[in-house]
Design a protein around this ligand. Structure first.
Ligand code: HEM
Length: 406
């Protein structure tokens, strides 16, 4: 019966996956899906899979290919480009020791101190957007705040022009569409084309920056060196693309989904507005309650067991972060938004283990400043029409949130 419960093709599931996760966790927490992967919904199983050394992230290298895999030729083409050095896997798709090497190099340029230095700039961008809203008495949250602030910040960090924002946003949306479990051949074709176009754009920017190094993250990445080791040209390009995509396909949804949750819980909104001591925990609770990244994947490199169920090595395992974050074993009354929830920071919205989100502190800083500034300046903020949701599952978010404020 529960086979239908993880059906990304079902519009009701995509619109609100939480009731489906709940039933799945109760009825078949290790669910062998007819779509060819195994789905985990219990917190403990998800956390163990993300942290365990017996699980790989590099799907192409470790998943046992199906005979009828329609993506075989595409995978082979991409593999050849990677082997010839024309392309590189992103850090997200690497396993140790390659992952360890790359993560060390990029972390050098991505320290919490560097991120904290951005606070005044984030505040200024948010205040400017709120000034416009104050004059008008209304705002469309996504277009006027949730998207432009993270986009401007990642562009500032890398010192990249924002004039191309519409084009970069379009490429990013095409690239992330291929992460959806419903992605078909057309989505993968489009993603290859967008990836190539974005790669060419980023290569030009890198070449220009090599001639004019500055005090920005891109220059730091170009110069990043440890024990004679550096990022190759293809690694650098992949990483900049990942930062761009992560920088504005995820944080925008934390701000959007977070405000959406608060507007549905006005008592919580008012409490938070009056109490800055809640700032850190409240952002964690928003990440737990309706996080922007709903699931990711791993592959066991040996046969593993979850309770009674054995999962064979080479099986694609989907770790549903959104389900783990609503597991009543860890979070009491999980479907209630509780901004002072003591266990909120245990959420897995940024995953866990070696791939734990590199941009977590930046995302929290941006969302914290955006939401607290908005609700403190306009405690009387209301929905002004129907919110719209992107029809996506992996990256879940509102794409339209009209607000009215006094
Ligand atoms: C609320 C916003 C965000 C969420 C929910 C989020 C979520 C995640 C998750 C779940 C992963 C791990 C995926 C996996 O293990 O398979 C990840 C990795 C990553 N994220 Fe984020 N992210 C956010 C914002 C950002 C931002 C703003 C940046 C950078 C500007 C960023 C950069 C990265 C990078 C580089 C990785 C790969 C790390 C690695 O593989 O070692 N993220 N993120």
């Amino acid at each position: 019966m529960s086979e239908v419960l993880f059906n990304p093709f079902d519009p009701a599931f995509r619109a609100n996956p939480y009731p489906f996760y709940e039933r799945l966790r109760r009825e078949e927490p290790v669910h062998v899906s007819p779509f060819g992967f195994t789905v985990l919904t219990r917190y403990e199983d998800v956390a163990r899979t993300l942290r365990g050394q017996e699980f790989a992230r590099d799907i192409d290298a470790h998943v046992t290919p199906r005979e009828d895999d329609p993506r075989r030729a595409r995978r082979e083409r991409i593999r050849q480009r990677q082997e010839s050095g024309q392309a590189a896997k992103t850090i997200l798709n690497l396993d140790p020791p390659d992952h360890t090497r790359l993560r060390r190099l990029v972390s050098l340029a991505f320290t919490p101190r560097a991120i904290e230095r951005l606070r005044p700039r984030v505040q200024q961008l948010v205040d400017d957007a709120l000034d416009v809203a104050a004059e008008r008495g209304s705002m469309e949250l996504v277009e006027e705040l949730a998207f432009p602030v993270p986009f401007q910040v990642i562009s500032d960090l890398l010192d990249l022009p924002v004039e191309n924002s519409a084009q970069v946003r379009e490429w990013s949306q095409i690239l992330t569409a291929s992460l959806e479990p419903t992605a078909d051949d057309a989505a993968f074709d489009a993603s290859e084309v967008a990836g190539a176009a974005m790669g060419a754009y980023v290569s030009e920017v890198i070449a220009e920056r090599r001639r004019n190094l500055g005090d920005d993250l891109l220059s730091a990445l170009i110069e990043a060196e440890e024990e004679g080791d550096r990022l190759s040209e293809a690694e650098l390009r992949s990483f900049v693309i990942l930062l761009y995509v992560a920088g504005h396909e995820t944080t925008v949804n934390l701000i959007g989904n977070g405000m959406h949750a608060l507007l549905r819980h006005p008592d919580q909104l008012r409490r938070w507005a009056d109490d800055p001591s809640m700032d850190v925990n409240a952002v964690d609770e928003l990440l737990r309650y309706d996080g922007p990244v709903q699931e990711t994947v791993r592959v066991p490199t040996v046969d593993v067991r979850y309770g009674d169920v054995e999962v064979k090595k080479g099986t694609l395992v989907m770790t549903v972060l959104g389900a783990a974050n609503h597991d009543p074993e860890v979070f009491d009354d999980p479907d209630t938004l509780q901004l002072d929830r003591p266990s909120a920071s245990r959420h897995l919205a940024f995953a866990a283990g070696v791939h734990y989100c590199l941009g977590a502190s930046l995302a929290k800083l941006e969302a914290g400043v955006a939401i607290t500034s908005l609700i403190r300046r306009f405690p009387e903020v209301h929905l002004d029409g129907e919110p719209g949701w992107r029809d996506r599952l992996t990256i879940r978010g509102v794409d339209h949130l009209p607000l009215r404020m006094r």
